[in-house]
Write a protein that binds this ligand. Structure first.
Ligand code: AMP
Length: 285
């Protein structure tokens, strides 16, 4: 039988729990999630388990990072399942606040990272990163973790959080974790469950296209126009997904590059009906 771990729903409660641990000299690792946990999330929890005395998993579907036409209402939720999986992966406590706890009526303060949030997901999801940075700042202030774990699957999110933590002198180490994939290459995502069977069958096309680009770069191809064409043709052939963006950018500044030089990120978002999937890889020029 799996271990039951406590679930704090108020800021006061989680502060008291983690405060007691910190008073004993324990280190705290935070894994922020929106729940509907899968192996990708669990890999973050295991990484946190290996490096900290106490592991807290926050489960909060953050309304301020969803646009008006996005899938907030349909976002999958399964607190009981998430709690059991978190415990199995080594978490010590869950923080699952209701919306009013995080955003009381008087809420009017936002954290915004400029520049890095202009392109990629930022272009098609205005306000997304402002909401995400604000909630992550709140989670850092509430939990005061020594380390916080984020997946490379959300490459822009990771870059933005790392910049935010540096710029605002937050005393937390941001730890990147590799993308966990299904056996057919599809990056694990809570949103995959919303794909119709034929869409699910086509969804590995994202990673196929990224891998084809990786092979081309390995063979010496440096032109991003050539890589872009190759990836678009794979996506068009293998799926009915609609490309939201497909960009090749510098890994640090996320600015589009004409040629692969230094570390670059190849990132894409593809829509299958209402479900928007993202994926990326890093390549070196
Ligand atoms: P989410 O619940 O989608 O907000 O994700 C919570 C954290 O899990 C974020 O840091 C994500 O980047 C990370 N994550 C989500 N999917 C994966 C995956 N397939 N592999 C690794 N990390 C992931």
């Amino acid at each position: 039988m799996s271990r039951t771990i406590p679930c704090a729903t108020t800021i006061a409660e989680i502060r008291a729990t983690l405060g007691q641990s910190r008073d004993r000299g324990a280190t705290v690792g935070l894994v922020p999630t929106m729940g509907a946990l899968h192996e990708g999330h669990l890999s973050l929890i295991r990484a946190a388990r290996a490096e900290n005395d106490v592991v807290v998993v926050s489960i909060f579907v953050n309304p301020t990072q969803f646009g008006p036409n996005e899938d907030l209402k349909h976002y999958p939720r399964d607190l009981a399942g998430d709690r059991a999986l978190s415990a199995e992966a080594g978490a010590d406590v869950i923080f699952n606040p209701p919306e009013e706890e995080m955003y009381p009526g008087t809420f009017s303060t936002w954290v915004e990272v400029e520049g890095l949030t202009d392109g990629l997901c930022g272009r098609s999801r205005p306000g997304h990163f402002r909401g995400m940075c604000t909630v992550v700042t709140k989670l850092f202030n509430i939990c005061q973790p020594d380390r916080a774990y984020f997946g490379e699957k959300d490459a822009q999110q990771l870059a933005v959080i790392a910049r935010m933590a540096r710029n605002l002198d937050m005393a937390v180490q941001i730890v990147p974790c590799p993308t966990v994939r299904e056996p057919d290459g599809l990056a694990m995502s809570s949103r995959n469950a919303r794909l119709a069977p034929e869409q699910r069958a086509q969804a590995p096309a994202l990673y196929e296209a990224l891998n084809a680009a990786r092979v081309l770069v390995g063979a010496g191809q440096r032109s991003t126009a050539v890589l872009d064409r190759a990836m678009r043709s794979i996506l068009a052939e293998a799926s009915l997904g609609e490309i939201d963006y497909l960009e090749i950018v510098g890994a640090d500044d996320l600015v589009p590059v004409p040629t692969i030089a230094g570390e670059c990120l190849i990132a894409m978002a593809v829509r299958f009906g209402p479900v928007r999937l993202i994926d990326n890889i890093r390549v070196q020029g």
